[in-house]
Design a protein around this ligand. Structure first.
Ligand SMILES: [Zn+2]
Length: 453
């Protein structure tokens, strides 16, 4: 089993992921994707989009604005309840998420319960705690011409500032729910149908940690699948199966590392009648990879109440009207990215030495081929290799060039970034148009004609 530090170090060394604002010493809870990382991330997102939207007749995509009318978050309950329990040490004034510094307590822990535990402050070791306070995780901002002095100004100025408060969306789901009516009014799809969205979401985590698993800015891929109320169980089972198919067949995650956790009624959101968390065996332990939740008509009814507009769907055949129920598969891109990386990461002994290799599925590897001339100081080899490189790039797009160091070093480097095949042009190529193709996973080399690549 590999550990998280090895993966973090590979990510930085090879340009997958850097700490956010690295040059200024970082910025907690943010990460930047480098050239290799953005390529892998984009491929993950594109595969998801193809699988769920393009290859199906019952799914439609949308791309809603990140800034939404604040009533969205009143209706969804985020303004009132999207909060973590914050506790402050009265000695060192360190602030922590109460349920993360003590074992076996839930997010709804009370001040009395917490103080009775005698938890030591992770910073100073004392047990002198203030009360538990609810800390709302939405990032607040002001929209429009609001000056800094308005925020602390006279009553009129304060009212103006309050009116202008908006939030960076804490989830992409509400952008889908608020467009449900637009889509029904324009496309009028048959039930069941789904709306899919990919995009950024923001959460002001009290203590971001575990690399990209708990960050303050992340990308989500969510589907709201609208069904007839009496059909939810069948559709839930179907989506459950299809999500496993996506993770295992398209993302290359081993089935035995994904466990379905049936969330018990006590731990479910109050409106949910069934939720399954897909738990993945990450290098630092089991963590939630994605969720599949039956949300009933909770969200659409909230929007109907807040907006005063009907969210009813009229059945084309029976003429019957009702508010559809919803099943939501929701996955974080960074969580999936890390699952893909940790499933692919391996350290192996070869030729008496150690190699690190990313056994990424071919559809996700940043580069499909690496092309190189055996020797970089032989112009005829370089010229031929350039020809092969251009040919493959035209055919496959994602191809890289490497003429640095010796062949062994180039293989090590390509192994680490997950390139499935290395193509080497040597003197025989000039005679018979064949090349050496080296396989990343087996390290076997075969001789192939160029036109068979
Ligand atoms: Zn302290």
């Amino acid at each position: 089993m590999n550990n998280l530090e090895d993966i973090v170090s590979l990510c930085k060394r090879r340009g997958f992921i850097f700490p956010g604002s690295d040059v200024y010493g970082g910025f907690a809870g943010t990460w930047d994707f480098g050239p290799l990382g953005v390529s892998l991330k984009k491929k993950i997102m594109d595969e998801w989009w193809k699988f769920w939207v393009e290859d199906r007749d019952d799914m439609y995509g949308i791309d809603a604005a990140i800034l939404m009318n604040p009533r969205t978050w009143v209706a969804s309950g985020h303004t009132a309840t999207f909060a973590d329990p914050l506790v402050e040490c009265k000695d060192c004034h360190g602030r922590f998420r109460a349920d993360k510094i003590a074992d076996g307590i839930s997010e709804s822990v009370t001040t009395e319960e917490f103080q009775a535990l005698g938890v030591k402050c992770p910073t100073c070791g004392k047990t002198n705690w203030g009360p538990i306070r609810k800390f709302n995780m939405m990032f607040e901002t002001h929209v429009g011409a609001v000056l800094p002095e308005d925020v602390n100004g006279d009553e009129n100025a304060k009212a103006l500032a309050e009116k202008s408060v908006a939030y960076l969306r804490p989830e992409t789901a509400q952008g889908i729910f608020t467009n449900y009516k637009n889509v029904v009014d324009t496309l009028y799809p048959d039930l069941p149908f789904g709306l899919a969205q990919q995009g950024k979401a923001f959460r002001n985590e009290i203590s971001p940690r575990d690399f990209i698993l708990r960050d303050r800015e992340c990308s989500q891929m969510e589907i709201e699948y609208f069904v007839r109320p009496d059909d939810w169980e069948t559709q839930f089972e179907k989506l459950l199966k299809e999500n496993h198919e996506f993770l295992e067949e398209k993302m290359g995650l081993p089935a035995d590392k994904i466990k379905d956790y049936e969330v018990p009624a006590d731990d479910r959101a109050h409106y949910s009648k069934r939720t399954i968390d897909f738990m993945f065996e990450y290098p630092n332990g089991e963590e939630e990879l994605m969720g599949l939740a039956y949300r009933t008509d909770f969200d659409l009814q909230n929007i109907a109440r807040e907006s005063g507009k009907s969210m009813e769907y009229r059945d084309k055949n029976s003429g019957e009207s009702f508010v559809p129920h919803v099943i939501e598969p929701s996955i974080g891109v960074e969580r999936l990215f890390l699952a893909v990386l940790s499933a692919a990461y391996a350290e192996e002994e070869i030729d008496g030495g150690k190699r690190i290799v990313l056994k990424l599925p071919e559809n996700l590897a940043p580069y499909k081929f690496c092309v190189s001339p055996l020797l970089k100081n032989k112009p005829e080899l370089v010229e031929k290799a350039r020809e092969v490189y251009n040919l493959l790039r035209k055919k496959y797009g994602n191809v890289t060039w490497d003429d640095s160091g010796n062949i062994g070093k180039r293989y090590r480097k390509q192994d680490e970034i997950g390139t499935p095949k290395c193509v080497v042009i040597d003197f025989d190529t000039l005679e018979d148009d064949t090349v050496t193709v080296r396989n990343r996973d087996t390290t076997e080399q075969v001789r192939l004609p160029i036109d068979e690549l």
